[in-house]
Design a protein around this ligand. Structure first.
Ligand code: SF4
Length: 365
């Protein structure tokens, strides 16, 4: 049986587990430091940890379970990683460079069941949730990639926007956030972490009540039910009225700003009337909401959707601004590589199905 990654344990879980085997709490502090500050990849490198404890760790856990399968680097510094899990499944992780720091977009599930009609990731339905260790490992692998470059760069921000619906894997998401926030380890502040949901209403409320305290982004993508149901079938279960109620609950409870994501699809949801309807929907939540407009990256499988023209993007933005809505247009990353979320993974899976060798798939630079 495959052993799990030790990254799946929070500090308290690690300390409690070591205590069960007679090891004092300071051992957990040492191990934690080796994992997240010195970032060793083998238990035997933890030189100040006693041999009994090293053996115990090695008997029950491994550090790394992810294998780098493909790495694509873009001219703008974006790096897309395709990792192979122990069960052979592939997941995608992206490192992006911004003026404010380095962010990593992580995946939370193998495939996705939400089935948004524009999404390359949702083409393959969910086969399983990722463990919290597998989510943490994505960050650690990207950090190791940075460490190897020797420029003393560190992952400063995390966006949970990769493949999968994070709130459909709530417990592991919560554990992942506890680990990456831990000030003794990676110490990534909750305001530097954004979780994006397609709109699972009960989970938005649970999230508001939780101690995760990260930023929240909601994939809205349409200003009315008719259009939203067409684009996102989740809207049948949680229509816009219910979603707005959950958003109000979140805003009341946390008083934190929220991001509303809006993917611009040519002649589908990108007209002036849609912008006006969106402004009306946001209504007096304007103070606490920011609309993030996302120019669409077309994928072959969804040929019904095209990218909005630059004029439409600008006009949509201007209309929202004139209505007093705070908004921004998402900067694009890695446009010279497989830019759409899940595109690299779905391409590689298709190539594998055609029997191309691993050597054909190595595109790292
Ligand atoms: S956009 Fe997100 S929630 Fe929707 S199908 Fe794709 S991965 Fe799933």
């Amino acid at each position: 049986m495959n052993r799990e990654s030790i990254y799946g344990l929070t500090f308290d879980q690690l300390a409690a587990w070591l205590l069960e085997y007679g090891h004092k709490k300071f051992r957990a502090t040492q191990v934690w430091e080796w994992l997240y500050r010195k970032r060793v990849t083998s238990f035997s490198d933890m030189t100040d940890v006693n041999p009994d404890c090293i053996q115990l760790l090695a008997d029950h856990y491994v550090i790394q379970t992810l294998e780098e399968h493909v790495k694509q680097a873009s001219a703008d510094g974006t790096v897309k990683f395709l990792f192979k899990l122990q069960d052979g499944n592939l997941i995608e992780t992206v490192l992006m460079r911004h003026k404010f720091g380095l962010s990593v977009c992580v995946t939370t599930q193998v495939g996705c069941n939400i089935g948004c009609s524009f999404c390359a990731s949702g083409l393959l339905s969910k086969s399983r949730d990722l463990s919290s260790g597998e989510i943490v490992e994505q960050i650690m692998n990207v950090q190791l990639h940075l460490d190897q470059a020797g420029k003393a760069e560190r992952v400063s921000h995390i966006v949970v926007m990769g493949i999968g619906e994070p709130f459909d894997n709530f417990e592991n998401l919560s554990s992942f956030i506890t680990v990456v926030k831990d000030h003794k380890g990676l110490a990534i502040g909750p305001r530097h972490i954004t979780v994006s949901t397609s709109g699972l209403v009960p989970k938005i409320m649970e999230f508001a009540d939780s101690d995760m305290q990260t930023n929240l982004a909601i994939s809205l993508h349409a200003p009315n039910n008719e259009l939203r149901t067409r684009i996102m079938k989740i809207n049948r279960a949680y229509p816009i009225e219910k979603l707005m109620q959950a958003i109000d609950y979140y805003l009341d409870k946390t008083n934190r700003r929220i991001t509303l994501e809006y993917i611009l699809l040519k002649d589908v949801n990108d007209q002036r009337e849609h912008a006006l309807e969106l402004a009306e929907l946001i209504g007096d939540r304007r103070q606490l909401a920011n609309v993030n407009l996302i120019p669409y990256n077309p994928v072959d499988e969804h040929s019904q959707y095209q990218r909005s023209t630059q004029e439409s993007i600008d006009a949509f933005y201007d209309t929202l601004k004139k209505q007093g809505v705070s908004c921004s247009v998402r900067l694009e990353h890695g446009t010279d590589i497989d830019a759409a979320c899940g595109q690299l993974r779905s391409k590689q899976i298709k190539k594998s199905a055609k029997g191309e060798s691993a050597a054909d798939r190595v595109v790292s630079q």
